[in-house]
Design a protein around this ligand. Structure first.
Ligand SMILES: [Fe+2]
Length: 254
């Protein structure tokens, strides 16, 4: 491939422990489906993986340690690097120590890769779940990362657990659990910095949207479709000079 053509995987909401009816290692488990995604990545030309959040189901209860063990075991099988953002299932109030964070598992990131710049954020903070102080802190972080994006980049990709909206941007807050209430301010920021595409999870279904010329891709997770029936899968994104393509890869038994 040309030096500026590459693929990465976007795997979101593996949510270890949410849909494992016969145990964390049993048949039909979240681990089984995440491991299928990882095997596909390892066997194909994928440069790295980005995780979209909700890597485990329970942030801090009697199940958390076992879920984190499973997650780390699966991640250790990856033969390419991975990055990721935190979801709402790994954290609560920022004043508490959360096991997922203490283990050094991914919360945010920014990096360049073959002419593209990637920024991942903690969108639970950014949407104001924990008050204005943390919202502002995350906003400042995001703007700071954008200011570091190389001037000659081909693309600027943003990864955040929460999608800006599920159906349309004027759905207001009737489904506020599932969308970003500050999406108007965010899309203005994204436009100013010429963001190419935003990848999200959380909604647990596919959304392929475009708003103000910016592509908004939300992926179904590998754990469970929550809103309506859909094949559990992840995305492989191929990036090239003036665009990108996105494909679904199933993690269900075939
Ligand atoms: Fe979530």
């Amino acid at each position: 491939m040309s030096k500026d053509i590459f693929s990465f995987a976007f795997i979101t909401d593996p949510q270890i422990g949410m849909n494992s009816p016969f145990g964390l290692y049993g048949p039909g488990s979240d681990k089984e489906r995440l491991d299928r995604a990882i095997a596909h990545v390892n066997d194909n030309e994928v440069d790295f993986v980005i995780f979209g959040g909700d890597q485990i189901n329970d942030a801090d209860d009697e199940n958390t340690d076992a879920q984190l063990d499973v997650l780390q075991e699966s991640l250790s099988a990856l033969t390419v690097p991975y990055h990721g953002v935190i979801g709402n299932h790994e954290q609560g109030a920022p004043t508490q120590p959360w096991k997922y964070i203490k283990l050094g598992l991914p919360v945010r990131f920014s990096f360049s890769h073959r002419g593209a710049f990637f920024v991942g954020i903690n969108s639970s903070w950014l949407r104001g779940n924990f008050g204005d102080k943390y919202l502002q802190e995350e906003w400042d972080y995001l703007e700071n990362q954008f200011s570091r994006a190389p001037a000659g980049r081909n693309h600027l990709f943003v990864v955040m657990h929460w999608p800006l909206f599920n159906y349309h941007p004027r759905e207001e807050d009737k489904d506020a659990y599932w969308n970003m209430p500050n999406r108007d301010a965010l899309i203005d920021l994204f436009k100013r910095h010429k963001v190419s595409c935003v990848f999200s999870g959380h909604w647990q279904q596919d959304i392929d949207a475009r708003w103000h010329g910016i592509s908004l891709i939300t992926s179904v997770g590998t754990s469970m479709a929550i809103q309506y029936p859909e094949e559990l899968s992840f995305k492989v994104v191929t990036v090239f000079e003036h665009g990108w393509s996105v494909r679904r890869v199933s993690v269900e038994r075939t």
